[in-house]
Design a binder for this molecule. Sequence first.
Ligand code: NAP
Length: 273
Amino acid sequence: MEHVTFNNGVTMPVLGYGTFQTPPKITEKNVTQAIELGYRSIDTAQVYGTEPGVGAAIANSSLSRDKFFITTKTQTDGYAATAKGLDESLQHLGSDYVDLAIIHWPTANSLDTYRALEDAYRDGKVRAIGLSNFNGAQIDQVLANAHTTPVIDQIETHLFWQQAKMHPYLLQHDIVHESWAPLGENFGREMMALPAVTELGQKYHVSAAQILLRWLTQQGIVTIPKSTNTDHVAANFASTNFKLTATEIDSLRQFDRHHSIKDWPQSMREANY
Ligand SMILES: NC(=O)c1ccc[n+]([C@@H]2O[C@H](COP(=O)([O-])OP(=O)(O)OC[C@H]3O[C@@H](n4cnc5c(N)ncnc54)[C@H](OP(=O)(O)O)[C@@H]3O)[C@@H](O)[C@H]2O)c1
């Protein structure tokens, strides 16, 4: 597995396993299967209710905790609630640290929320801290007020919304670009049926989904596809086993629609930043 290196030196696998909308009851089973297929990076969040299942799958695997990269996301607002919420996440995950804690979405009190993340980082409860669903202006505010530069911004990114503005912004600020909904959630079928995508799949003997994921990871964009289908989980993990050419990567830029598949949050509308 390829890795990216954060601005604080910590490394993260370029491809991991997402758990959004995974029913909590089957999370442990699904994550255990993902681990058996080779995944080491798992994306969870307080609001998903999947932290206990992720923690159980890791505890029951034959691998030590340091072989995994666990991301969680706050659903709290402000300093005190966030500090408490992070401690609860550690309990749910059965670990004394998370590898990455990010603010799930911006709020009026994001700077206070971020301060709680900074203190958890200082205290060794998290190895890296970052953001999700923050636009450039919102990140500028964090940079102007914080002591610790965020390592990552996890934002909706896929063929239909390529983040042509945020990607260069993040590169310029040494913040890793991470994609959520890399397969476009419900728009996946439409993306995967595009001849430009299926033809690349035929050339490399891979699926359209694998082309869409490789197109992201080859641009240094970390991604965390979610699937409950074993064949898909395995195929997604194998998507780093081939390489597109630079021309092929550029050839898919024409499909950018410059907007979200669900218009959430509104501050992320490309016209707003
Ligand atoms: N920060 C945020 O605000 C935020 C928001 C949304 C998501 N996320 C994170 O990002 C992760 C990924 O995003 P997502 O779950 O929303 O969407 P996604 O990964 O883009 O799409 C998931 C859909 O793609 C299908 N799929 C997966 N692999 C496939 C393959 N190889 N071939 C065909 N279909 C495939 C899945 O169906 P099958 O189960 O049938 O394979 C599922 O319906 C989430 O799980 C979560 O961890 C973060």
